[in-house]
Design a protein around this ligand. Structure first.
Ligand code: FES
Length: 149
């Protein structure tokens, strides 16, 4: 599995770039952009567990992003507390942007800045008042690897 070390500028809409740059400048301490690209051969059939990567790649108190099928499917896995794992869609429910930053205890979309709690996926704030919560997935750790379905 390979890692993306920096944002992919081709994924952002042109009108969002100034806002994104502003956000990045304003929240320099925000962790993010570490995305593991899961190879197609590792992706299980629907309803079965897909292994995303080593559990040790997901920092306690934060999380990690995963891209499958060339980025068409995205997950975010978080570890709110020791032994506690959560998995959500990696797509923003506002307009489908990529969730790619981890402000403290939160997950943030870098398109228009929507934020969600990293322990339950509930919407906190964004460009509109009623953006849905993040869709949840089942997550487990087996033999040191994070799996979702
Ligand atoms: S796509 Fe608009 S805030 Fe995520």
């Amino acid at each position: 599995m390979s890692n993306e070390g920096s944002p992919d500028p081709t994924e952002a809409c042109a009108s969002c770039l100034p806002r994104r740059s502003l956000l990045l400048g304003a929240v320099g301490a925000v962790a993010g952009f570490a995305t593991t690209v899961v190879p197609d051969a590792a992706v299980a059939a629907p309803g079965r567990w897909t292994t995303l990567g080593p559990a040790s790649d997901v920092p306690l108190g934060s999380g990690r992003f995963y891209a499958l099928h060339g980025g068409a499917v995205r997950y975010v896995v978080t570890r709110p507390r020791r032994g506690e794992w959560r998995a959500f869609t990696g797509r923003c429910p506002h307009e489908g942007g990529n969730l790619r930053q981890f402000p403290p205890r939160q997950i943030q979309c870098d398109f228009h800045g929507s934020r969600f709690w990293f322990n339950n996926g509930h919407f906190i704030s964004g460009p509109e008042p009623n953006i849905p919560d993040l869709k949840k997935y089942e997550v487990r750790v087996r033999s040191g690897s994070v799996q979702v379905r």
